[in-house]
Design a protein around this ligand. Structure first.
Ligand SMILES: [Zn+2]
Length: 303
């Protein structure tokens, strides 16, 4: 669904028509430069997927003009958080229509896109709930939810439940990593090799991590990043389409994102690019002593 609205720039008075696609998240935030003066205009919308309904929230740099007689303005701004916007966009086609044939297999892309939306908006809250049950040691609620999530292995003790939680996280995470199964197989192979060659060093590492509560800090940090990612996913989802393009067929340089929530992305990018937050939480001395005791079994082939 596309909603049409009219804005007037507070700086230069230029009027524009916005054609905004109503997405699948709870909130949308768009930003673009005024075509007259270049000053940024930014606005947010609240969406209620259960109703379904939406409302315009705040706006900066412009005001809404509610003139029912306003004609179709030439100056149109296409806003769609879930599809890439062609930079040379004109006419009455939607960004969805203009980009829908870019993937090698458009049907498969849409199918996987729906799964990711569902996962980020519906499954992730369940996984958070699952972790709360672990923290509160509520076996009844944990087991009920794990079965709802179709976990079929035994849940006899907290080791079994931890395995269930890790399984759920893995299934969930795989939906956001299309085309990486060979890399995943490689990593798994190295972990298996490491486990089989580490001997007593592995047990020592586990003991150290438990003693320093490092494993909890690591899990908490990962959980925070997963939570932020699930919230930001709808605004970033269109970028996923590029993974489905045939090689060399199109360039991201010709497209732009309508939602520009880069400030919210910053902590996430910092986590990805720097090991510092994690390093801070570990007792680096204990890790160093472990390294001295056991030469890294992870091999040298991919460093
Ligand atoms: Zn302006």
């Amino acid at each position: 669904m596309i909603n049409r609205n009219y804005i007037e720039c507070l700086t230069c008075g230029t009027k524009a028509m916005t054609r905004t696609a109503i997405g699948h998240s709870d909130r949308q935030e768009f930003a673009f430069p005024c075509s007259g003066c270049g000053v940024e205009i930014r606005f947010a919308m609240k969406l209620d997927q259960s109703a379904p309904s939406f409302s315009y929230d705040w706006i900066k740099g412009a005001k809404w003009v509610h003139e029912p007689t306003l004609p179709d303005l030439e100056n149109v701004r296409y806003l769609d958080g879930e599809n890439l916007i062609p930079k040379d966009m004109k006419g009455n086609f939607s960004p969805f229509l203009l980009t829908s044939s870019l993937p090698k297999d458009p049907i498969e892309y849409l199918k996987q896109r729906d799964v990711r939306f569902f996962a980020s908006q519906q499954v992730w809250p369940k996984l958070k709930e699952l972790h709360v049950h672990i923290e509160r040691q509520n076996a009844t609620l944990f087991d009920k939810l794990a079965r709802e999530l179709e976990y079929e292995e035994p849940l006899d003790d907290w080791h079994g439940r931890l395995r269930a939680e890790l399984w759920a996280l893995e299934v969930y995470g795989a939906w956001f990593r299309p085309f990486t199964s060979s890399d995943e197989a490689f990593i798994r192979q190295r972990i298996n090799l490491a486990e089989s060659t580490a001997g007593s060093a592995l047990a020592a590492l586990i003991a150290e991590l438990i003693a320093s509560h490092g494993h909890q800090a690591l899990f908490t940090e990962c959980q925070r990043v997963r939570d932020e990612f699930a919230q930001l996913y709808p605004a970033l989802s269109s970028l996923y389409q590029t993974l489905y393009w045939p090689e060399g067929a199109a360039s991201l340089d010709d497209y732009q994102l309508a939602e520009k929530r880069f400030a919210e992305l910053r902590p996430f990018v910092e986590f990805q690019s720097s090991p510092q937050p994690l390093r801070d939480r570990f007792n680096s001395e204990s890790l160093l002593s472990l390294k001295r005791r056991a030469r890294s079994p992870l091999g040298n082939s991919r460093q």
